[in-house]
Design a protein around this ligand. Structure first.
Ligand code: NAP
Length: 349
């Protein structure tokens, strides 16, 4: 089959590199354009990335020789993955949607827009029904979809099947977030070695609000947010990749610990869709006392599965557990690629 031409906006950043790495050899998508700021434009990707390529392996040779362009909507592709810095992503992504491109974004700017799906295909694929409304806003055949914040994704994956069956009442979550989530060069080594930083600017409001949109419903052309509250505390820890989260949960319906584990283990809504990046199963429950751990568990399902463990009674809410997700794969580039695969499968590209 002819692969679909895709462009990467923000191709030179940490997440942009991850897109290029994950898309190499993709059966449906082929990177034909790399774009970034005017600082990087008009040189080959290999030249621009000298000393900046930080993900495993080398730059794929075909991408290395592409000329980096500016982020203007004159790129030769139908689909753009956006890994743009959030200071510029908002208006640039809009320009592309208006010009008729499909934008699968990883940036926060449009996540909470009333006509933009904040998508996890395993959880809220029905939210894509809002797309015609968005297309009429742009007056084009283009549109934007987004994937959640890298700390929200693991939490939502663990909550989605529980919420469906037992109705979540309250959540308290404390995150221990890996360093790559801060991009490159990220947190200064003198701040983080031998340390934990109990603050990540802007993160807690995202973790408290995005899950409610994703776990809500689309009703009469409007998103109705899920009706429970989340209290989040976000910390940066001395781990390269992987966000571990300690979650306390209150449920409206009674459930045993075995019910919760069964519910997680039965969760595999995409198992017959044959999407190249979809992990099967998307949630793995580890019964050992000391799992999940970032270094040992973050690459489950090629970094696309979330790992849950240490389910136990909570003396204040009902239960508590840990969940782990890979922040630059499931929480960033891999998540946006899976979203685009779902669009392709449903003839929305
Ligand atoms: P990054 O390493 O700082 O990369 C930012 C990218 O944006 C670079 O390609 C940069 O190009 C481009 N850019 C900056 N200003 C621009 C402009 N005026 N016009 C066009 N392009 C411009 O950031 P990152 O860590 O990859 O994150 C990218 C996005 O993903 C952010 O919105 C971030 O919040 C989000 N995110 C990151 C993670 C993570 O784990 N790191 C997870 C989830 C979401 P130049 O190289 O030319 O400056």
């Amino acid at each position: 089959m002819n692969r679909i031409k895709v462009g990467i906006l923000g191709a030179t950043g940490m997440v942009g590199q991850r897109f290029i790495q994950l898309l190499e050899g993709h059966p449906w998508f082929e990177v034909t354009e790399v774009a970034a700021s005017e600082r990087s434009a008009n040189r080959t990707y290999a030249e621009v990335m000298q000393g900046r390529w930080k993900v495993e392996g080398d730059i794929p040779p075909r991408v290395a020789q592409l000329t980096v362009k500016e982020c203007t909507p004159e790129l030769d592709c139908r689909l753009c993955f956006s890994a743009l810095d959030s200071s510029v992503a908002g208006p640039l992504e809009e320009t592309f949607a208006q010009a008729g491109y499909v934008v699968s974004s990883n940036s926060r700017n449009h996540r909470m827009d009333p006509d933009v799906p904040l998508l996890i295909p395993e959880v809220n694929a029905d939210h894509l029904a809002i797309i015609p409304q968005q297309k009429s806003r742009w007056g084009s055949n283009g549109y934007i979809i987004t994937n959640p914040n890298c700390a929200a994704i693991g939490l939502v994956m663990a909550l989605a099947p529980l919420h469906k069956r037992f109705d979540v009442d309250k959540i308290i979550v404390t995150t221990l977030q890996g360093l790559s989530g801060a991009g490159y060069p990220g947190v200064p080594s003198l701040d983080v070695i031998d340390n934990v930083v109990p603050f990540i600017g802007g993160e807690e409001p995202k973790v408290e609000s995005e899950p409610l949109k994703i776990l809500g419903s689309l009703n009469g052309g409007q998103f109705v947010f899920a009706d429970f509250q989340i209290s989040a505390s976000c910390t940066r820890v001395h781990v390269l990749d992987g966000h571990l989260e300690s979650v306390n949960i209150g449920l409206k319906q009674k459930a045993s610990a075995a019910d919760l584990i069964d519910t997680w283990q039965e969760f595999d809504p995409l198992n017959n869709q044959e999407l190249p990046s979809a992990p099967s199963p998307p949630l793995i429950y580890r019964r050992e006392d000391d799992r999940p751990q970032p270094r040992r568990d973050r690459n489950e399902g090629n970094g696309m599965a979330c790992v849950v463990g240490r389910l136990r009674k909570c003396s204040i809410l009902d239960y508590k557990f840990f969940v782990l997700s890979h922040n630059t794969i499931r929480g960033a580039a891999g998540g946006a690629i899976l979203n685009a695969e779902y669009l392709f499968k449903k003839d929305l590209l």
